[in-house]
Design a protein around this ligand. Structure first.
Ligand code: PEP
Length: 259
């Protein structure tokens, strides 16, 4: 992995932890992680929207260098979109990373590639970094359709971006069959797809963007498999769901080099 691609470990809390529980979780994490850890790995947490202000206050007042993340946003700046949250609202809370197009958004809430592309652009417009998710179902993998699916998702997510923007963003490869199932892609399979994504980024946006874009793997990452996955040349971090709710486990994933 080139030195400039610092791994990013992101904890996606999904619809878990109220703002009291969020503070307790981060308080534990604060003691488990040290300055040295943040020098070699970037860390973000992605709480529910209702926790973000509390998380911001805690991290900033305690000077914990964990980046604040969101799990989703709308693409418009404001307006009559009941129940939605606009990118500038997140930017005001010092949100650094926004997960866009998570498979649960796509599968449960019907988010389309076009909408995901608009969100990625809006996140950049407001000075934040998108984590663009892509990944295949089990049927698509078994039918050898995964490369086509992922290429389409990546294309829709980055087509309107400049090469310079793509170089700074994050793409998360998350095979849907591995999310929350305890079933992880083998390190070889994860590497193969992450390498494929990098090659597609090179085709679409050039070699410099491809060399710089960070590609995470997500899908039942835990302390026991983190080092092997992140030891792959095209895997630059992890998007972690279930294991991110346990500060001890999440800290060990961040410290994967010590395993
Ligand atoms: C996720 O939600 O992005 C995820 C990868 O979940 P889990 O780690 O629980 O599989």
């Amino acid at each position: 992995m080139p030195a400039e691609r610092k791994p990013l470990i992101s904890g996606n809390w999904k619809m878990n932890l109220n703002h009291f529980e969020a503070t307790a979780t981060l308080d534990k994490l604060r003691y488990l992680l040290a300055k040295d850890d943040y020098e070699v790995v970037d860390v973000s947490v992605h709480p529910p929207f209702t926790d973000i202000r509390t998380v911001q206050t805690f991290l900033e007042s305690e000077k914990v260098p964990i980046a604040i993340g969101a799990q989703n946003c709308h693409w418009e700046d404001k307006g009559a979109y009941t129940g939605e949250v606009a990118p500038p609202m997140l930017a005001k809370l010092n949100v650094a990373y926004v997960i866009v197009g998570h498979s649960e958004r796509r599968e449960i809430f019907g988010e389309t590639d076009v909408e995901v592309g608009r969100k990625v652009k809006a996140v950049f417009t407001h000075g934040m970094t998108p984590i663009l998710c892509c990944g295949e179902t089990l049927e698509e993998r078994e039918g050898e359709a995964h490369h086509g699916k992922i290429t389409g998702q990546v294309h829709a997510g980055i087509e309107v971006l400049t090469a310079e923007q793509v170089a700074t963003m994050v793409i998360a490869y998350e095979p849907i069959w591995a999310i929350g199932t305890g079933r992880t892609a083998s390190a070889d399979d994860a590497q193969e797809v992450c390498g494929w994504i990098r090659a597609k980024v090179a085709d679409m946006k050039g070699a410099d963007a491809a060399a710089a874009v960070r590609i995470q793997y997500g899908g039942s990452v835990k302390a026991a498999n983190a080092a092997e996955l992140m030891g792959q040349p095209d895997i630059d971090g992890a998007l972690v769901g279930g294991a991110a709710l346990d500060p001890d486990e999440f800290a060990k994933i961040v410290q994967f080099r010590l395993a």
